[in-house]
Design a binder for this molecule. Structure first.
Ligand code: 13P
Ligand code: SF4
Length: 314
């Protein structure tokens, strides 16, 4: 029976570690998770590293502390393992912006184009794509495509525009965006830069062009983390989901990190989907072994090909 009654005396950390051993489970977490979840996870990483870890794990159960498309990717790579996600509602605005049926018609209009899809899309969209990419390997992948091959890039228009600039390739872009990364205010970032002139601006390529134009460094979450560790600066204005600040502060506690502000006075620099996962839900999903990611066999079969292509090419 599924139990959601919570005894408030439960030490979630102790119980999660106990369940992990009993189930032979691995906990994979994205950098945008609550810091307490990141600290408890076996591995914390960006989308590409999490996919690689999911592929190489010998655990029987993968507990994915991230969003739905990430857990789906883990399931596609491990059809025989149980993949659990603490909250099934943990979606992604980018994935939602690209419904598979509409994507299918879009593809059919351009039969000669190669469909490169950002990993932030549903398993059904992956199944309709030629190659998957993440923000850390997209440039490398695009550079391997013959110059005369036209490309459809979906679903993030900001990442797409950034890649067009970086690679000098024209691409046909899907018009999707991330609700978190499009919220950063260029005006407020400039104000912060005036207040802290020695701070470097670092940004995720899902940010809008105007914000990226102000950045000293642009990269995936892992690349941003590596940059602040290796760089000789002391202060950074960080334009990505604020969960990444936890690892930055842990890695280089002597440095100062300022979360880039959203346009409105809200917490919009936190991903509302990522933050649906809590320690309590993580515990409950392991205890009850639900919610579980289940995908049709043929979707897994079709979606695996473009994911494997990505892993080969990156
Ligand atoms: P990366 O961790 O691959 O940089 O992606 C960021 C993101 O928005 C995940 O949803
Ligand atoms: Fe999706 Fe944006 Fe949240 Fe990443 S931060 S999961 S792209 S909504």
């Amino acid at each position: 029976m599924i139990s959601s009654n919570i005894n408030t005396d439960i030490d979630f950390e102790v119980e999660i570690n106990r369940l992990k051993k009993d189930m032979n489970a691995v906990i994979l977490a994205h950098y945008y998770q609550e810091s307490e979840i990141q600290d408890l996870a076996d591995f914390v990483g960006d989308s590409l590293e999490l996919a690689r870890k999911a592929k190489s794990t010998d655990a029987d159960v993968i507990v994915f502390a991230g969003v739905h498309f990430m857990a789906e990717t883990a399931k596609i790579l491990n059809p025989n393992k149980q993949v659990l996600l603490p909250d099934l509602e943990a979606g992604c605005s980018l994935a939602d912006s690209c419904p598979a049926e509409i994507f299918k018609s879009f593809r059919e209009k351009y039969p000669n184009h190669l469909a490169i899809s950002y990993i932030n899309c549903s398993a059904d969209v992956k199944a309709l794509s030629d190659i998957i990419c993440t923000s850390s390997n997209a440039e490398k992948i695009i550079n391997q495509i013959p110059k005369d091959k036209p490309i459809l890039f979906s679903p993030d228009r900001n990442l797409g525009k950034y890649l067009m600039k970086k690679t000098g390739r024209e691409m046909l872009l899907w018009d999707g965006s991330c609700i978190v990364h499009e919220t950063f205010s260029e005006r407020k970032i400039i104000d912060l830069k005036i207040k802290f002139p020695d701070a470097k601006i670092i940004a995720h390529p899902e940010c809008e062009e105007a914000v990226l134009a102000r950045a000293d460094f642009i990269g995936s979450t892992t690349k941003l983390l590596k940059f602040v560790i290796e760089d000789n600066g002391k202060k950074y204005i960080v334009a990505t989901e604020s969960g990444i600040l936890h690892q930055m502060e842990k890695a280089v506690p002597e440095k100062i990190f300022i979360a880039a502000p959203p346009e409105n006075n809200c917490n919009c620099n936190e991903c509302p989907y990522m933050k649906l996962n809590t320690l309590e839900k993580l515990y409950l999903c392991m205890k009850n072994k639900v919610p579980e990611i289940i995908l049709p066999e043929d979707t897994i079969e079709k979606a695996l090909k473009p994911i494997e292509k990505m892993l080969e090419m990156s």
